[in-house]
Design a binder for this molecule. Structure first.
Ligand code: UD1
Length: 380
């Protein structure tokens, strides 16, 4: 049983579902969507772009406080497990749905497989960090994207025999879809905006994504972030697909005018192929997302991460990522360097080669002892 809940899960699960379906030794994968994200722009388009099959089950939990959302996923997931009795539950990433479904499964004696295990920001104020640490403690099979993640797991007492370094399924999706990405001018036209001349011109453009509670839930932090973005935009026009959490808070704090008149173009959340196209052609990306730090490294586009830490250190050590927080001076110095052609170029990290999901599928076959057993027999 494969579980997704929120947007960053889909690009990780799509290559897994595909890889599982090609291994006839494995039982059929059932896809469960918890419904943590539900807006069309956060869902259907991404499923279509990623060629993810429609979920077999949708728990439709929706939004809520962390306690309510986590509890609701657990309450609704339990009868599904009782009904379908999967041989294992595969979870990805670090969202609330990841932890909630892992907890339910492990207490029923159903093994949990965690893909993208071991990442640590060492910042327990991030809800995702709590989800990561706890999911890893109860998972039986843990797949890591970088060697530092394996080291984190070993330090936390997880036996070596449970861990496999397989590469990055999110990068499987980037490499598979790179050629299908939609041109940025088309994306702006679709959003009802004329394509800006500057986007085609020599100056190029930057892309923003911002949604972390630490940047957008607090009025002062959000104001500071918007001020930095306004200054960056004076050097390079910016395109911002706005996440619902950021949109709600910009309105709630009365900051809708904060970027008025500056060359920042706000558009709704985009599909996967639009976003890939926007990022691939950008001069730089400003973000507080986890996944985008990795995608920009794979695309060799400089990334400035508006956080003080990252759970993905390889993107800084080997990739194109630089941590700038909300520091105006640090950010502008990096932007100037990038515009001058002096940005980080980076290189592709080990095993970020488009085959991570295939490695996981092969390992699951061996781990569950399915080799040589026909799918029909298992399903019977
Ligand atoms: C969640 C994940 C985060 C991930 C992000 C990507 C957790 C703890 N956080 O954060 O790790 O990076 O998804 O998008 O799981 N909303 C809508 N429509 C939707 C979904 C949400 O309008 O389809 C609004 C609601 O007002 C909601 C808010 O966005 O309260 C936040 O949604 P939530 O799922 O709680 O967390 P995210 O900030 O999206």
């Amino acid at each position: 049983m494969c579980v997704v809940g929120a947007r960053p899960n889909y690009m990780k699960m799509a290559p897994l579902v595909r890889a599982f379906s090609t291994r006839t030794e494995l039982p059929r994968a059932v896809l469960v969507h918890t419904g943590q994200h539900y807006d069309v722009s956060m869902n259907e388009r991404l499923f279509a772009d990623l060629e993810l099959p429609a979920p077999d089950v949708n728990l439709e939990v929706g939004s809520g406080t962390h306690a309510v959302q986590t509890a609701e996923v657990m309450r609704r997931f339990e009868p599904v497990l009782d009904d379908l009795r999967p041989c294992c539950v595969v979870v990805v990433g670090d969202v609330n749905s990841t932890l909630a479904c892992s907890l339910v499964a492990v207490k029923k004696g159903i093994p949990v497989v965690h893909v993208e295990a071991g990442l640590r920001s060492f910042d327990r104020e991030m809800p995702e960090e709590i989800n990561r640490v706890l999911t890893d403690q109860i998972a039986e099979r843990l797949y890591t994207t970088e060697r530092a993640a394996t080291a984190n797991l070993l330090r936390e007492g997880i036996p070596d025999s449970r861990i496999r370094f397989v590469g990055n399924v999110m990068i499987d999706s980037v490499l598979r879809n790179r050629q299908r990405a939609i041109a940025p001018t088309q994306t702006l036209a679709r959003a009802g905006l004329l394509s800006r001349e500057s986007i085609d011109g020599a100056a190029g453009y930057g892309v923003i994504t911002l949604h972390r509670p630490s940047n957008v839930d607090d009025a002062d932090a959000l104001r500071e972030s918007l001020e930095v973005l306004r200054e960056v935009a004076l050097r390079l026009p910016l395109i911002w697909p706005v996440h619902p959490r950021a949109r709600v808070n910009i309105e709630r704090f009365g900051m809708s005018q904060a970027l008025a008149g500056s060359p920042v173009t706000l558009i709704p959340p985009q599909g996967y192929l639009e976003m890939l196209g926007l990022m691939a052609s950008a001069r730089l990306v400003l973000t507080d997302s986890g996944g985008i730090q990795e995608e920009t490294t794979a695309l060799a586009v400089p990334c400035l991460t508006m956080r003080e830490n990252t759970e993905r250190p390889i993107t800084v050590d080997q990739g194109t990522n630089t941590l700038v927080g909300r520091d105006r001076g640090r950010t502008l110095a990096c932007v100037d360097a990038i515009i001058a052609g002096d940005g980080k170029r980076g290189c592709a990290p080990e095993l970020w080669d488009g085959h991570a999901a295939a490695r996981i599928a092969a390992d699951l076959v061996a781990w569950r002892g399915y080799a040589g057993v026909q799918r029909e027999v298992i399903n019977a």
